[in-house]
Design a protein. Sequence first.
Length: 415
Amino acid sequence: MRSISFWKAQIYQLREGGAKVLIAKVLFVSETLFLYLLALFALGVVRLLRPIKCIRVAPLVSDRIGHYAGNTELYLCERDAGMHDGCFDLFYHRGRVCNEQMKVMWSRILRTFPHSRFFDYFIRLNSVIPGGKAHKIQTSDRDVLVLMAESEPHLIFSPIEQDIGERGLREMGIPQEKDFICFLSRTSSYLKSVYPQQDWAYHDYRDSSIYNYIPAVENLVQRGYSAIRMGATQEETIDVDNAGIIDYANGSRTELLDLYLASKCSFSLAGSSGFEAVPLIFRRPRAIVNHIPLIHIPYWNPSDLIIFKKLWLREEKRFLSFCEMIESVVGGSLMSNDYEMAGIEVVENTAEEIEALVIEMDERLKGSWQSEEEDEKIQRDFWALLEHIEPGKRVHARIGTEFLQCNKGLLYQSV
């Protein structure tokens, strides 16, 4: 049926456009055939050279800031650890680049090329011709070997970029020695603005209200921080009468300053958004809120404090226990409709839960946080629930202390 529709569309276009469209289609087909032949020849050369040097090609996931930052940085950590020895790796940008400044900085470290159909065809042929696995690069943003915590950041600002970043801070009224945090609530506004033709409702389960962050941010301002609201595209401004809270997302944001702020913040406050990866690649502490789904929790960064969304079972009028959340049909679901079909309401973190988390983060960073033995036991018991998901994992992150204390019933229920 799809092929019939395709040929009908071609005939219609030819009738409407005449010779001009015919010539364009002939040229496109000719170019495609040429590029496929060229890619096939290149693949043959690459396969022949494999005993001497294994050449690999992969696209960078450059249209989403989380993967563009996290996957690429983790690959470089793996390379430093010798996990890609013997390989000559080439990368190219497939499609849109979400942050041009990051593109400039990655290109200083990696062998990168602009998007080309030649590379697309090369990868396609490599995947269908037997023996291609050796020429693939598998990237991920899940640092299961805890490599980032044991290495230095790879993105380095040039002296000129450093000066631009410092000037941007001063223009926001933040002196060089001032502590500040970056905060962001996840919405679908960015994806809607970049890809308006697509329906992004399936991501709605990840969204949260910026106003649940404000009490926490105001508390931090009282503690001496400035707070910078981040985001490439935000549908709403924040109506807060507080000079210490800066709505940078709706002000003079730049792609360079996005990275610079994330690299210099005392810690970040965000959840279920790609932005989380940016402070991480600069090794900044993160207060992660509204994380979902639970089984995808990032456990490897020792400076992370995390709380997560809870799941309300509408028919039974109760929250799922943590064990039920992990084992349920939506335990790892990435689709809003799955929660609806299961009769589950996704409940975001409250303003009180978020405020408690940032207080704990502030006091831990200042060395004044006091942990009780019961708190440590609750931490161990929580992570034990997830042991079977990735057996043998090295857990370094922590769940917010007050969050676990207030939800002990959900932790120990059904265990």
